[in-house]
Design a protein around this ligand. Sequence first.
Ligand SMILES: Cc1cc2nc3c(=O)[nH]c(=O)nc-3n(C[C@H](O)[C@H](O)[C@H](O)COP(=O)(O)OP(=O)(O)OC[C@H]3O[C@@H](n4cnc5c(N)ncnc54)[C@H](O)[C@@H]3O)c2cc1C
Length: 383
Amino acid sequence: MTQDLNLLSNDAFRARWRGWLEQNYPAEWRIPIIRRLAGDEERRWHRMTYEAGWRAPAWPKQYGGLGLSLEKQLILNEEMERHRCARVLDSGGVLLAPVLMKYGTDAQRSRYLPAILRGEDLWCQGYSEPNAGSDLASLRTSAVRDGEAFLVNGQKIWTTLAGCADRIFVLVRTNKEVKKQAGISFLLADMDTPGLTVRPILNLADEDELCEVFFENVRIPAENLVGALDQGWTVAKALLGDERISNGAPTLPRQAFEVLEQLIETRGLAEDAGVTDRAASLFCDVHDLAALHSQVADAAIRGEVDNAVLGMMKVLATEAFQDISEEILNVIDEDAGLQSPTIGAESPLDLRKIYMIARPSTIYAGASEVQRNIVSNALMGKS
Ligand SMILES: Cc1cc2nc3c(=O)[nH]c(=O)nc-3n(C[C@H](O)[C@H](O)[C@H](O)COP(=O)(O)OP(=O)(O)OC[C@H]3O[C@@H](n4cnc5c(N)ncnc54)[C@H](O)[C@@H]3O)c2cc1C
């Protein structure tokens, strides 16, 4: 696709993307919320969109992206939600790539960005450690310079999809003598480097997407340092900001609410005052969130981004998602478990999974309590 998509009117752009999805999106992936593309499926999605000229909407054209305006990127997301597409993490394309563009070397950009674009490399994010989550700067995985490499020792935890990633971007401690934020560096590593091992953690839903990653005398080439030595905190903070924008979107609460509506209908509960009263209140939450998101998106299109508002949106979106998922369980329980906890005839969805997917959403990408601290500090004029 050589045409500049930014030149299309929003309506024409929307119609083109919608048409492509309708023609090409695999039917078996159309399970919103519950389905997440991982491993080879994720690679396939990136390759499909790359070959069709839809990959990397936010990347500048010089790196092979579409260079789309934020307005058009939002249209892409709206249409994917409408088409009931599965979730995709894309840590390489969404989280790492902007960092490489800003802080990486030319060699790093030309080595890693094309492989991310083509879906050849999947990345995972190695930040959190057993004693460094919200207080990330306390991380202890150490990297000591040894000739042309760093020798890395330590452990990461909750590393999503590490088991099917090709590479990891990792925060390490390179200086213990300075204040903790000032002694962190940002490194890139191949998952098959000797000494690097992955151990899956089974979650509530019996899935093993979350992992521990262990580093035992892992040699990471010095050329894989992103940004300056000991300046990894600045790099990491830029990345966390990008993450929060997408985590405050109303997509998951809205999709969960649709499931709730469908469930109320199919279980004949539309006349139950208790159920409809709670559903109405949740509907208002989703509506408020969507209105806030659209205001924030408009502000972002004008280049105005407010960290406190992003924090507030992340709290509202994830807590609404949890509330709706709890109500889905309530409705399932209305018949004391006599009916199967599923919906849909052809490929029934186990609705209890929505609850399990919603539970951790208030923890990752900045826990609710920490976001509330950010919001209250901003309200009280503290930085
Ligand atoms: C599903 C999922 C996927 C994840 N994926 C990744 C990943 O891919 N890569 C990665 O690096 N990490 C990942 N994480 C880790 C995530 O970033 C951390 O769980 C998160 O930062 C919280 O850290 P913690 O678990 O150590 O909890 P803690 O920081 O120990 O927090 C425990 C509780 O204390 C509260 N708390 C902490 N500090 C404060 C404070 N100052 N004021 C008030 N309350 C506070 C928290 O809100 C929380 O309720 C993932 C987590 C989850 C749940």
